[in-house]
Design a protein around this ligand. Structure first.
Ligand SMILES: [Ca+2]
Ligand SMILES: [Ca+2]
Ligand SMILES: [Ca+2]
Length: 226
């Protein structure tokens, strides 16, 4: 990340916050601002911009991605103490909604977690795939599991992104444990499950607590609506 560009973007967003919208538009005519659905422009919006557009906000939006979209379908960012440690039980789940297999060679997770899928990895049609803090915890249960290595999912929320091999962000999310976000997944037992595949994953209304403790790793969500 080039720090001066980050500062420039942060300044633009700050000006958009403090100036009338017409002035904001003149400063940065196509810079996305309110992105996480909370009605105000803040740090999470900035993080989304950085994930989706890099360190600068280009005047033209990026061309539509030719990569198949995969979805974040479940996040278990703060397992309950009764379940075990975050280092052993945290996971995130990806879903392939397509009728075809997606070759994950060179695909990666970025921002809050840094992980690149190994050559030959794939996600089958309609499949749920788990990437975990400790793959051993979720291995041998009938679904693909990968270990993200070091680091973990912040208990207060953070930005996560799925990137295609050329770096294109195919989906990102900034989850949270405040505001409109369900707080039960924050250490009380449930995971944070996606309700819908259509719509903005940054919207708290897209997510809710799983019915079961520990969620539904590698399987259809307990609260799935789609
Ligand atoms: Ca955690
Ligand atoms: Ca915990
Ligand atoms: Ca699930």
């Amino acid at each position: 990340m080039r720090f001066p560009s980050f500062l420039t973007l942060a300044l633009s967003l700050t000006l958009c916050l403090s100036l009338p919208s017409i002035v904001c538009a003149q400063i940065n005519p196509s810079c996305p601002t309110e992105l996480d659905g909370d009605g105000t422009v803040g740090m999470t919006d900035l993080l989304i911009v950085l994930a989706d557009f890099g360190t600068v906000c280009e005047p033209d939006p990026p061309p539509p991605s030719s990569w198949p979209v995969l979805h974040f379908s479940e996040l278990h960012y703060n397992p309950a103490t009764a379940q075990g440690s975050d280092a052993d039980f945290e996971f995130l789940e990806l879903h392939n909604p397509h009728a075809y297999s997606v070759d994950l060679s060179g695909w990666s997770l970025s921002e809050g977690l840094v992980f690149t899928f190994p050559d030959g990895a794939s996600i089958e049609p309609g499949e749920y795939l788990v990437v975990a803090a400790n793959a051993v915890t979720y291995s041998g249960l009938g679904y693909p599991v990968f270990d993200w290595g070091s680091g973990g999912l912040h208990n207060s929320g953070e930005l996560l992104a799925i990137r295609a091999p050329d770096g294109t962000v195919v989906e990102s999310v900034v989850y949270s444990d405040t505001g409109d976000w369900d707080t039960a997944p924050d250490g009380q037992g449930p995971s944070l499950e996606r309700l819908f595949l259509d719509g903005d994953p940054h919207d708290a209304g897209q997510w809710t607590a799983s019915i079961s403790t520990g969620g539904s790793p590698g399987a259809v969500n307990s609260v799935w609506v789609d």
